[in-house]
Design a protein around this ligand. Sequence first.
Ligand code: SF4
Ligand code: F3S
Ligand code: FES
Length: 248
Amino acid sequence: MGKRHFKVWRGDEDGGDLQDYQVEVNEGEVVLDIIHRLQATEAPDLACRWNCKAGKCGSCSMEINGMPRLSCMTRMSTFEETETVTVTPLRTFPVIRDLVTDVSFNYEKARETPAFAPPADLAPGEYRMKQVDVERSQEFRKCIECFLCQNTCHVVRDHEENKKAFAGPRYFIRAAELDMHPLDDRSDRKEYAQQAQGLGYCNITKCCTEVCPEHIKITDNGIIPMKERVVDRRYDPLVWLGSKIFRR
Ligand code: SF4
Ligand code: F3S
Ligand code: FES
């Protein structure tokens, strides 16, 4: 296929800019192959995070021509032969160096989410649930924690100030998964999503769903059902009365 024009962001937390490279591209290659070729030739110190090269570890997230994507799953054949391919780090997280960002925001939000709480009288191995319940939450278990959805959501993308109050789509589906789990003993997942995770900031733009490499229906199957249930609980007079009487 010959040489192609690439622009790659180089720099660190103090700043940086796009640098031009002409790189050999071969049939069947993906963007991560090109990054590796650059590292093997004229840019040996180019920093990039990756691991599996199979779309399963979630490490190689970056922005390619402005779109948040996994670089190991983005084929060079998706671009025109004459098109410049611009590669930049995820915008929502602080840059460490070149294409590597500090994604610890996500780990903090993960730690804040209360863990699965099985009934106290059930020992591991005694858990039983219906297949239909397994299937309902299984979709969310496909998440590879690439954080492309977190990076894309406009609530935090250019709004550092919202990060404290907003857990983001990846953790909304974690809450939804636990909410759907018949053996989870916590009854307050919906309220938690609303009060602690900042579910109310989400205005259902669905950009998170569009970039998910696992094709998880984040908005339709996770966020919207959680929002509906929060609304049900708050505005249904019977639910409201019940919550006062039984202090749920
Ligand atoms: Fe990545 Fe999808 Fe998981 Fe978000 S929900 S972290 S886009 S796999
Ligand atoms: Fe953000 Fe997804 Fe909601 S992109 S606004 S969390 S639908
Ligand atoms: Fe693992 Fe790309 S290297 S998802």
